[in-house]
Design a protein around this ligand. Structure first.
Ligand code: AHG
Ligand code: MN
Ligand code: MN
Ligand code: MN
Length: 337
C-alpha cells in the first residue's frame, strides 16, 4: 500500500479563527481575532519555558505569596508577566484580571481596547516540579457599553463571556477554545510554531466511566457528595464501579473529562466554605467550554455560568462533565434539599 502523503492544507488556529470572523461578516471587526492571536503567542512562550524549566533554573519558589495566600512558583510569576505584557501590547484589552495579581489592571488609554481578559497564567502549580501536566486558563468579556474599563466589566456572569479556553502543557501543548459556537482543540506543532486544528468540534460523551475528585478531602465533604461517590464506587450490579483519575491540575483533569467523559469535581466542604477553585478564571472558562461541548457545569445547586461575581478572586464549588453523570450527582443534591 502506498504511504499517505502529508497534508499540504493544514488548518492553523489563526486560519480557523479568521474563518469564523469572515463568516460573521461586518459584525466582526477582527479585534477578537487579534486578541486570540496574542493569547496563542503567550501559550507558545509559556510552553517553551515549561519545557526548559528544569534546565534554566525556573523550578521552585519565587519567594512571594499571592492574594490567595499561595506561595508563588517562579513559573507562576513568569507566566503572569508574559500574559500581562502581551495582552497589554495587543491594544485590544481594557481590563486584565490574573490569579497572581491582587487588583485588576486597567489598561491606560493609548493601549486600550474593548476586551477584558481574566486568566490563570499557570494552573497546577503543585505539579510543576514533577513535570506533570500544567496549563493556562483564560476567559474573555467585552467591556460594558462604552466603558473605558473598570472592574465592573468583569463582575459579570460567565454566560456573558465571548470566548474562553485553556492551553495544556503536556506531552504536547494543546489549546482548547470556544468562541460560543462549539469547542475546538489545537495541538502545537513545535517545528512550525503553529497550533494546528486536531480536535474539531469536541463533544463530551453523554456518560463516562471516570470520576475526578481530591478524595483526600472526603472527611470534609457534605453528604450529597459522599453519597454520590459511594454510589459510583459501590454500584448495584450489573453496574460496575467508576475509575478514579485525579491529576491535581484543573486543566488536565478537565481536558480528560472533555475527551473521555465522566465527572470532575471540586466541592465546597466543611473546611472550604466556597470550595477552592476561583470563579472568574477557573470555574467560568471551564464551565463555558463544558457547556459548549454538550456537558453540564454546576455548583451542586446552581448553574455556574449564571453566578454574578462580586469579587474578582472569589471561589465557587465546581462539578462538571458528562450530562448523565453530573445529573446523577444533582439528584443527590435535590434529594438532600
Ligand atoms: P493553581 O495552581 O492555579 O493555584 O490551581 C490549583 C487548582 C487546580 O489546578 C486544581 O484543580 C486544584 O487546585 C487542586 O487542588 P488540590 O491540590 O487541593 O487537589
Ligand atoms: Mn495558585
Ligand atoms: Mn488554577
Ligand atoms: Mn495558577
Amino acid at each position: 500500500m502506498a504511504e499517505e502523503v502529508p497534508s499540504t492544507d493544514i488548518i492553523t488556529l489563526t486560519r480557523h479563527v479568521l474563518n469564523d470572523q469572515l463568516r460573521l461578516g461586518s459584525a466582526a471587526t477582527g479585534d477578537l481575532t487579534l486578541l486570540l492571536t496574542a493569547i496563542q503567542v503567550t501559550s507558545k512562550f509559556i510552553a517553551t519555558n515549561v519545557r526548559k524549566a528544569r534546565l534554566i533554573n525556573l523550578i521552585g519558589m519565587a519567594g512571594e505569596t499571592n492574594v490567595q495566600g499561595e506561595d508563588q512558583k517562579k513559573l507562576d510569576v513568569l507566566s503572569n508577566d508574559i500574559m500581562v505584557n502581551a495582552l497589554r501590547a495587543s491594544g485590544k484589552t481594557a481590563v486584565l484580571v490574573s490569579e497572581e495579581l491582587e487588583d485588576a489592571i486597567i489598561i491606560e488609554e493609548k493601549q486600550r481596547g474593548k476586551y477584558c481578559v481574566v486568566f490563570d497564567p499557570l494552573d497546577g502549580s503543585s505539579n510543576i516540579d514533577a513535570g506533570v501536566n500544567i496549563g493556562t486558563i483564560f476567559g474573555i468579556y467585552r467591556v460594558q457599553g462604552d466603558s473605558t474599563g473598570s472592574v465592573e466589566d468583569v463582575l459579570r456572569p460567565g454566560s456573558e463571556m465571548v470566548a474562553a479556553g485553556y492551553t495544556m502543557y503536556g506531552s504536547s501543548a494543546n489549546l482548547v477554545m470556544s468562541t460560543g459556537s462549539g469547542v475546538n482543540g489545537y495541538t502545537l506543532d513545535a517545528s512550525l510554531g503553529e497550533f494546528i486544528l486536531t480536535h474539531p468540534n469536541i463533544t463530551i460523551p453523554k456518560r463516562g466511566k471516570i470520576y475526578s475528585f481530591n478524595e483526600g478531602n472526603s472527611m470534609y465533604f457534605h453528604p450529597p457528595v459522599v453519597n454520590y461517590l459511594k454510589s459510583i464506587k459501590y454500584p448495584s450490579p450489573p453496574k460496575t464501579p467508576y475509575s478514579a483519575r485525579y491529576i491535581g491540575s484543573m486543566v488536565a483533569d478537565v481536558h480528560r473529562t472533555l475527551l473521555y467523559g465522566g465527572i470532575f469535581g471540586y466541592p465546597d466542604d466543611k473546611k472550604s466554605k466556597s470550595g477552592k477553585l476561583r470563579l472568574l478564571y477557573e470555574a467560568f472558562p471551564m464551565a463555558f467550554l463544558t457547556e459548549q461541548a454538550g456537558g453540564v457545569a454546576t455548583t451542586g445547586t446552581k448553574r455556574i455560568l449564571d453566578i454574578l461575581p462580586t469579587q474578582i478572586h472569589e471561589r465557587c464549588p465546581v462539578f462538571l462533565g458528562s450530562k448523565d453523570d453530573v445529573n446523577d450527582l444533582l439528584k443527590f443534591y435535590s434529594d438532600s434539599a
